[in-house]
Design a protein around this ligand. Structure first.
Ligand SMILES: O=c1ccn([C@@H]2O[C@H](COP(=O)(O)OP(=O)(O)O)[C@@H](O)[C@H]2O)c(=O)[nH]1
Ligand SMILES: O=C(O)[C@@H](COP(=O)(O)O)O[C@H]1O[C@H](CO)[C@@H](O)[C@H](O)[C@H]1O
Length: 209
């Protein structure tokens, strides 16, 4: 079994180091890959400075496209997907996410914030299928079309595929964790516009998957 962590990152220079510090401490992870999705800031250099393999995409391709670049750059059979803007991530959170897959027929796990912040805990209670923290077996990526163009629809495509095909999956609580919300990153107006765009990308993938 080979485990690779893939961290898609778009303009995350000030946030990604926290995530890298936690991932680097997880001994069962064989490879860490940051995919810089056309950032205009120093995300790529922060990853390289931390000794991480980083792939730099010239043009922004969206989260799904960035993750698939990472998937195609490794032969790992187990992929750990983590957002670059997590707050409170520990090595234990990551091992908890991987553990249910070891020696079982579980093919996907998904992490759910709890006891972090009211807003982000609530968002994941209402829509657990959106979470970006996952461990996914490679076969699942191979079965799914459209992931390269799915942008923020990637997680919903994964969840729908697993449900439709009765593939064993497990939700894992991630206590004391949260992330930086779009409105906090981009300001109220731009953040909310980005949120609407994300919902549209999700609707589009539902239509074609
Ligand atoms: O075009 C994009 C948009 C987002 N991301 C990354 O995907 C993850 C989740 O994105 P974001 O935090 O914006 O989504 P949210 O959690 O707010 O829905 C983060 O690591 C982003 O840097 C990416 O690689 N390309
Ligand atoms: O939880 C959600 O409602 C959205 C938006 O999060 P925020 O409202 O910015 O905290 O975030 C998730 O959904 C995206 C689409 O599935 C994922 O790509 C993100 O990783 C995830 O955090």
């Amino acid at each position: 079994m080979k485990i690779a962590a893939i961290i898609p990152a778009f303009n995350e220079e000030s946030r990604i180091e926290n995530v890298l510090n936690a991932v680097k401490k997880v001994e069962i992870i064989d490879e860490i890959i940051v995919v810089d999705d056309g950032s205009e800031d120093n995300t790529y250099h922060v990853a390289v400075k931390n000794g991480i393999k980083a792939i730099r995409l010239e043009k922004n391709q969206g989260k799904g496209g960035a993750i698939m670049k990472g998937v195609h750059s490794t032969d790992a059979d187990t992929l750990v997907l983590l957002d670059a803007d997590l707050i409170g991530l520990t090595p234990e959170h990551i091992t908890d996410l991987i553990e249910p897959i070891l020696g079982t027929d579980v093919q996907m796990t998904y992490g759910l914030f709890s006891d972090g912040r009211l807003a982000t805990d609530f968002a994941q209670k209402v829509a657990p299928f959106l979470t970006g923290q996952r461990v996914v077996k490679r076969e699942i990526f191979q079965q799914l079309a459209h992931l390269e163009i799915s942008r923020f629809g990637m997680e919903v495509a994964l969840t729908r595929y697993v449900r439709k095909n009765n593939i064993p999956s497990v939700g894992v609580p991630m206590a004391n964790m949260t992330h930086v919300m779009k409105e906090e990153k981009l300001g109220l107006f731009k953040g909310f516009s980005a949120r609407l765009k994300m919902y549209w990308e999700i609707i589009k993938i539902i239509k074609i998957s």
